[in-house]
Write a protein that binds this ligand. Structure first.
Ligand code: C2E
Ligand code: MG
Length: 569
């Protein structure tokens, strides 16, 4: 027979009471009660916080300075939702009343307790508790989708706003509505409509982070609370992910439909400071989104909408930039600190659509977000290798050329094959190509990245770690990954002569790198005093505006002519 089983905790300072209670519980037929016992207020509170029991029995008299009633109060305050029964004495009538009004499920008078009474009290408390939980669920969750309903949404949103107010944070609110939902309901029937709503609610939940709340306000209206928004771009990414996910087909008997959603977005504190205002503005923005055929999402704030459309515009142009040959590569020289020779160059991507030049800080993140960095990044490697060969043909000595890689390229399965193919096609001598990576690209999936980096290394290509010292585990990265060179971030170099700590860090980085057999490049060298300090620390290579800004192929060729020996004719 399958026995019902409950875990019971008794908080009582008297061991005899524990033994009696254990005896009484063992007399009860058909149910197994596993009794645990702790003797003090502190242990009781600790055990209750662990939430391991189905029901709690608290003795009013706990020996020390605290009573069972205080423990009951504290347990409820800390969020305990399981039933608590207080055990009191014969003359504690007032305490019984107070216990009930504080939230005890029941009270039992010690000395009068027998097995049937104890059983009845526990069973009754458990049943009442289950009903309460069911009612709370019904009051707060949507029956169809299981999502929080409007009531719980308002509660959670108010909590997030209060938190953001204290922490000066930004909270995003998305208002989402399905396009042509009424038509689906009218033509395919209500059960099809219900199925669609359930599927949409699942897709919504899959598209957001665990800390975000998805709720159904009613009908085909959903909201998403997005706490901790660092930048509006992050919301755009989430909105796009949701729109894309919802757009996947849904099969109804013989008919396949492609659901679509429109999203309006408001932000606390930019668009308002209370639930009602933010909800209304997100709702209004949603109508604007419905009207725009392209994006399907809109912000409540005009300035954000403007930013988004500019981005959208730029993104459209970026998609065509490669075929329109709008990308070019500048090179920034790198010098050997000891000999003063020009020994290499860093390739830096530039985008020059007809009208103007767009800063790398604007278009490179966009290339990364759209995934275009993968083809464009391959083009950069290929172009740099071809450029190397062109310089070789003109008779210039060997210069190592560095290319920045992006995390997206590293995540592509075939990056090693791709680089190998480019090297073969262009006949690039392997030692002359260097790939620059950042710490954020390599931490995370250590094993996978290590395989890729060893793969690249086995082709003979050099690896450099960019922005060294700015991350949280720069040193750890050196331990795990095979770098040939590290580039000290320019924020440290800028502080030479200003901040002794930064100077000590530079000295330390150089010593560690040399011990591990790596070379060090100092980035962002702008002043003579920096060169002197770096020389004193035995740094290997320098790069920075003082020695040469990023420049066109033509200008770089000119400085090659003066700064490095010419082998050629
Ligand atoms: P980065 O890898 O740190 O590249 C060096 C950046 O520092 C360049 O900015 C350069 O102009 C700047 N710089 C060099 N010397 C100095 C100096 O003395 N003082 C100051 N203040 N700045 C200096 P740029 O060209 O704007 O490039 C920005 C970033 O864009 C690069 O930073 C790199 O992370 C990324 N990037 C550039 N080209 C590519 C590419 O082909 N692929 C990828 N994935 N990223 C690229
Ligand atoms: Mg770099």
């Amino acid at each position: 027979m399958n026995l019902e089983r409950y875990r019971v905790l008794l908080v009582d300072d008297d061991e005899d009471d524990y033994l009696i209670t254990a005896d009484l519980l063992s007399e009860i037929d058909g149910t197994r009660f596993d009794l645990d016992w702790v003797a003090s207020y502190a242990e009781g509170l600790e055990a209750i916080t662990r939430r391991e029991h189905d029901v709690y029995l608290l003795d009013y008299r706990l020996g020390g300075k605290h009573t069972g009633l205080e423990l009951l109060r504290e347990a409820i305050r800390s969020g305990c939702r399981e039933p608590i029964i207080l055990l009191t004495g014969l003359r504690d009538r007032e305490i019984d009343m107070e216990a009930m009004s504080t939230g005890a499920a029941d009270y039992l008078v010690k000395g009068q307790i027998n097995a049937p009474l104890l059983e009845r009290s526990i069973r009754y408390s458990l049943r009442a508790n289950q009903n309460e939980k069911k009612l709370a669920q019904m009051a707060e969750f949507d029956g169809l989708t299981g999502l929080p309903n409007r009531h719980l949404f308002q509660d959670r949103f108010a909590q997030q706003l209060a938190l953001a107010r204290r922490q000066k944070g930004v909270v995003g609110l998305m208002f989402l509505d399905l396009d042509r939902f009424k038509l689906i309901n009218d033509t395919l029937g209500h059960s099809a409509g219900d199925k669609l709503l359930t599927i949409v609610s699942e897709r919504l939940q899959q598209s957001v982070r665990e800390s975000d709340t998805v709720a159904r306000l009613g009908g085909d209206e959903f909201v998403v609370i997005l706490p901790d928004i660092n930048a509006p771009q992050n919301i755009i990414l989430i909105a796009r992910r949701i729109i894309k996910k919802i757009r996947q087909p849904v099969q109804f008997d013989i008919q396949e439909i492609f659901p679509a959603a429109s999203i309006g977005i408001s932000l606390f504190p930019h668009d308002g400071s209370d639930t009602e205002t933010l909800l209304r503005k997100a709702d209004m923005a949603m109508y604007q989104a419905k009207a725009s055929s392209a994006k399907k999402y809109a912000f409540a704030s005009d300035s954000l909408n403007k930013q988004v459309s500019e981005r959208f515009n730029l993104e459209g142009k970026l998609h065509r930039a490669l075929e329109r040959k709008e990308f070019i590569i500048d090179y920034q020289p790198q010098f050997d600190l000891r000999s003063g020779d020009l020994v290499g160059g860093e390739a830096l991507l530039r985008w020059k659509p007809a009208e103007h030049v767009i800063a790398p800080g604007t278009f490179i993140p966009l290339l990364e977000e759209t995934g275009l960095i993968v083809p464009v990044g391959s083009w950069v490697i290929q172009t740099v290798c071809q450029q190397y060969l062109a310089w070789q043909k003109k008779g210039f000595g060997a210069l190592r050329l560095a290319v920045n890689l992006s995390g997206r390229q590293l995540a592509e399965n075939d990056i090693v094959d791709l680089v190998e193919q480019i090297m073969l096609d262009t006949e690039m001598p392997e030692k002359m190509l260097e790939l620059e990576l950042t710490e954020s690209m390599v931490i995370g999936n250590v094993q996978h990245v290590r395989e890729i980096l060893h793969g690249i290394r086995s082709l003979g290509i050099c690896l450099a770690m960019d922005y060294f010292g700015t991350g949280y585990s720069s040193l750890n990265c050196l331990k795990h990954f095979p770098f040939d060179r590290i580039k000290i971030d320019r924020s440290f170099v800028a502080n030479i002569g200003i901040n002794q700590n930064d100077e000590a860090i530079i000295r330390g980085i150089i010593a560690i790198a040399h011990d591990m057999g790596m070379e060090v490049v100092a980035e962002g060298v702008e002043e003579e005093k920096q060169v002197a300090f770096l020389k004193d620390c035995d740094c290997d290579l320098l790069q920075g505006f003082l020695l040469g800004r990023p420049m066109s192929v033509k200008n770089f060729t000119d400085i090659m002519q003066t700064k490095c020996q010419v082998d050629g004719p």
